[in-house]
Design a protein around this ligand. Structure first.
Ligand code: XMP
Length: 324
């Protein structure tokens, strides 16, 4: 196993983060010389920190590819473009692959097949973009130390397979010895926005596993809009950064409701808010009832196709954190 050097101090102050950044800039420059480096930039904490570090080290020699698969949260693709292209001046290729992913997923209800399709399609889109570029010699990755420790961890287990054989690059993994809290320290020291650095864990297949069963565009929008309301209310009420993971789910069934004196037939939105240390078990956050009432009123009035809001009270185990 690739082991973290014992002499490496825990990065827990801005000064230590700055020292790490200076050291890594030298190491990256020495490794890549004048060659180009490719990075799949999802906007998650790890790939964002790697992007910011590489921009400092090698500027436009870094090419970031952001694939919008249509399963990202509201505002995320826009934030990636704004922060990396406009504020940090990165070379960023934005790929709108929404139709392509949703067409491939159309009618597919099995959770594992959904994950496989999303993973494979992601690799295909990324590989197509990589083939259009010339002079790429390195692939940067946001591998962090827990990924190495759990070599069958989530990233390798659930998400990305490998690139095709004709597209193999030498790896650049500048944060591979860091724990998550250290990656966050480095992200802050690099000037990334707090909303990016303190993001809650988000699965690779994104909102796809929260739009239960076969994904439809209208139900996916209901997931995205209700999630945005939940996040906004958690932020306003001091729960952001305090609760480990919180999101909404829209199951693929409807129930009867009433609106303006007429019967409705619409989806429920399920709220899930859990606390955990490493995702192997989870407990329920005790959200104040008043806040639950307020979120329910907002979701039922603002989200199309929804007439009911439920709060999932089940810990892990017996439930998992995600619904599929
Ligand atoms: P479960 O639902 O198994 O989730 O209790 C545990 C943690 O893993 C996340 N998760 C995933 N992450 N790809 C990922 O990158 C996936 O396919 C996936 N499925 C679940 C989940 O959000 C939670 O943090």
């Amino acid at each position: 196993m690739d082991k973290r050097p014992e002499s490496m101090a825990r990065i827990n102050t801005p000064a230590l983060a700055q020292a790490f950044i200076a050291e890594q800039i030298e190491a990256i420059r020495a490794q890549v010389g004048d060659k180009r480096v490719l990075l799949a930039l999802s906007g998650g904490v790890d790939s964002s920190v790697v992007a910011a570090l590489l921009i400092r080290a090698i500027g436009k020699q870094l090419v970031c590819v952001h694939v919008n698969h249509g399963l990202l949260r509201k505002g995320e693709p826009e934030q990636v473009v704004q922060v990396f292209r406009h504020e940090m001046g990165a070379e960023l290729i934005y790929v709108d692959a929404v139709d392509r992913f949703l067409d491939k997923l159309s009618g597919v209800a099995d959770p594992e097949r959904k994950r496989k399709i999303i993973g494979k399609e992601f690799i295909d889109v990324f590989a197509e973009e990589a083939k259009k570029l010339s002079g790429i010699a390195f692939l940067a990755q946001g591998t962090i130390y827990p990924d190495i420790l759990e070599s069958v961890g989530l990233k390798s287990h659930h998400n990305v397979g490998g690139l095709p054989e004709d597209l193999q690059f030498e790896l650049v993994e500048p944060v591979k010895y860091l724990y998550k809290d250290e990656v966050r320290q480095v992200g802050l020291a690099l000037g990334l926005p707090e909303s990016m650095v303190y993001r809650q864990p988000f699965p690779g297949p994104g909102l796809g596993v929260r739009c239960v069963g076969a994904i439809t565009r209208d139900r996916l929008e209901a997931v995205r809009e209700s999630d945005a309301i939940l996040r906004e209310e958690f932020a306003k009420n001091g729960l952001q950064g305090k609760v480990w993971q919180y999101f909404t789910i829209v199951p693929d069934f409807t129930s009867t409701g009433i609106c303006d004196g007429k019967r409705t037939d619409a989806w429920p939105v399920v709220i899930r808010a859990v606390n955990s240390v490493d995702a192997t078990s989870a407990t329920i956050e005790e959200i104040p009832y008043a806040l639950l009432h307020h979120i329910t009123a907002r979701i039922t009035s603002e989200v199309k196709g929804v007439n009911r809001v439920l709060y999932d009270l089940t810990p892990k185990a017996p439930a998992t954190i995600e619904w599929e």
